[in-house]
Ligand binder design. Structure first.
Ligand SMILES: O=C(O)c1cc(C(=O)O)c2c(n1)C(=O)C(=O)c1cc(C(=O)O)[nH]c1-2
Length: 244
């Protein structure tokens, strides 16, 4: 697998780990400056400029990402030897899958789809998922499958910026897209708190595990890679003509 370049470092740099505050600042900087809230498609979404067809295309394609989040979290879970860590991470899977039928984040995303006029069977069928979205999601799942626990957990740190984009999105949907029924926004409302908690937990783990400069750089590169995943997904949705 390739590594997303972040910046050049000299051999001498490499011998000195960043202090914890400096490391955290570098992570936060990537999670801010490379985050997909700056992508033209999200900018247009937040300004209210998307057509209903574009918004539905985004919802259908983002469902492909959502349904694979618990898959990648199960791959991460399987890397942990410590029961306390597994318990912590297991909660993420439950957040998305629910404890029983009809609950959880995936179900809430399906209801968002229905509130926007999409059929849940069609969402599950993945018929409308664009090739670039499949590749971006596969890229993220395989990254978590193949890389170290440190890198897989660091990749989730885009969630440092997720609560902010959720709040912006809720306001944008209420204001600009009132044709989407209010109950459809439950997914975003729930993620504000879940994303804050998840990112705080993941940041603490990454700071605990990345002790050498090399490990710190790997964590930063993993986060940059994940920003690229989210960006590529939107590139595909933004650029899409309908497939034949
Ligand atoms: O809608 C978004 O902008 C957005 C972004 C992200 C993110 O930043 O990775 C996640 C989510 N949503 C999300 O809903 C979600 O469950 C989630 C899990 C993860 C992860 O990498 O573990 N990121 C995100």
């Amino acid at each position: 697998m390739t590594t997303t370049p972040v910046r050049d470092t000299t051999a001498q740099d490499r011998q000195n780990p960043w202090s914890r505050p400096e490391f955290e600042e570098r992570l936060r900087d990537i999670a801010t400056t490379r985050y997909h809230d700056r992508h033209a498609f999200n900018v247009r979404m937040h300004e209210g400029a998307l057509t209903p067809a574009e918004l539905r295309r985004w919802i259908a394609n983002r469902f492909h990402y959502q349904r694979h989040i618990p898959v990648k979290d199960a791959l991460i879970l399987a890397k942990f030897g410590d029961p306390a860590l597994r318990r912590m991470w297991l909660r993420r899977i439950v957040d998305h899958d629910g404890v029983r039928e009809g609950e959880g984040g995936i179900e809430r995303w399906l209801r968002l789809g229905e509130a926007a006029g999409l059929d849940r069977e069609r969402l599950w069928s993945a018929e409308d998922v664009l090739p670039g979205v499949r590749l971006a999601v596969d890229g993220y799942v395989n990254f978590c499958r193949l890389r170290s626990p440190l890198e897989a957990v660091a990749a989730s740190l885009t969630e440092l910026s997720a609560p902010g984009i959720m709040r912006t999105r809720i306001a944008a949907f209420e204001h600009h897209y009132p044709w989407i029924e209010e109950e459809g926004l439950a997914y975003f409302r729930t993620r504000v708190e879940q994303g804050s908690r998840d990112s705080a937990e993941a940041l603490a783990l990454v700071e605990r595990w990345a002790l050498t400069r090399e490990e710190q750089e790997r964590a930063v590169a993993a986060l940059a890679f994940k920003c690229d995943v989210l960006w590529s997904l939107l590139d595909a949705v933004d650029g899409s003509g309908e497939r034949p």
